[in-house]
Design a protein around this ligand. Sequence first.
Ligand code: PLP
Length: 422
Amino acid sequence: MPRRADDRSISRRRLLGAAGATVAASLLPPSAVAAAAAEPAVDYYDKLGVAKIINAAGTYTYLTAAVMAPPVQRAVAMAAHHPVRLKDLQRASGEYIAKRLKCEGAVVSSGASAALTLGTAACVAAKGNLKSNEIPLQARERGYEVIVQKKHRYEYDHAMLICGVTIREVGSLEEYKSAFNERTVMTNYFNSAGPESEPGIIDRETWLKVAHEHGVPCHLDAAADVPPISNLWKYTEMGFDLVCFSGGKGLRGPQNAGLLLGKKRLTDLALENDSPNSDAVGRGMKVAKEQMVGMVAAVDWILEQNDEAIQAESMRRIRTIEAALKGIPTVTTTVNVPPVANHVPHLLIKYDPATVGIKPLEVAAKLRSQKQSIELSPATGVRGRIEGADENTIVVGVWMLQPGEAEIVASSLRQVLKPAKA
Ligand SMILES: *Cc1c(COP(=O)(O)O)cnc(C)c1O
């Protein structure tokens, strides 16, 4: 039925009665919307019976990664009040972030994994002049390849494979140099498995130089590699064509957000393969307006922090926990800072379980099941997951603790370790 001019004259009282609060709220003056937002919210974790935990592990996806920094939380809540044109927001957020992070182009993705997919799709599109609806099928038909070092194969390979490419594995520099052919679309470099942590790995500069000699773009996965904050521009400035970061890790943005940074030509192609375009590999990796704004706010937030303060606060928490463990027999503590990813101090608590009367994995289970549930690092009681840890080591990731929680972790650990035998 055609819309009649007098539809507009529909009385507000009738609308309020019939159409429900959402429609009504959009007709109210902004002050009334603000008042409604100030009403106490329902705590759906409580309502659903889902335990709120203390995260003494780190930015793990299964623990919902970071809690958004307070200004990010506020920006997300405010963005929820109004619709916008999604493409306007994509363009404006990309330009803003690119400027702040000193690169040509930026895309807010639904995470680092999605950024890797969009980056791969961009390189596929660039190579074959393909439209979004031709990916993955044309990439597969043409046998397109991404070159990766053997030691850089990882779980996130899947994020590239869904674009229809295959992965060509190389070991030595010689193998790498001879791996390029007319089907090569991209290379991927797993940043935290660089020469600092993987002996024999091809270093970043050499990797880039060889690829660029062949005119092939390089993607670098730096998902978990902030801090240091300067990593946000270090790798694009080094010459990587595309770099991805997770939004929900050190940047403390929304968990379902991330960044693809790099050459504008490629980030533009990444957007063509992204939501809201439906016939695109990225359609299911939708970023809502709230997360897009939240990611921008997270970039603003992280640029106001500094590495020294982050490290100092981590050390304060570690000293708090160490102090609570004084007098527990056989306990020795050390601090480990992983070289690239999760580059923040972790506390390693090593002891003799036979003397103390409880094993690290049993400590983890106890803290998990107590009323105020605590999650210790998954490196607890496992050899080699973090340097220096083994079956007899508790590992505490203090990075994601919220104010007051280091004290709770400290007293809980003391309670569990102390009554045992000694
Ligand atoms: C966490 C991580 C990802 C995935 O990040 P999301 O933002 O969760 O998609 C990808 N690569 C590496 C190396 C990571 O550590």
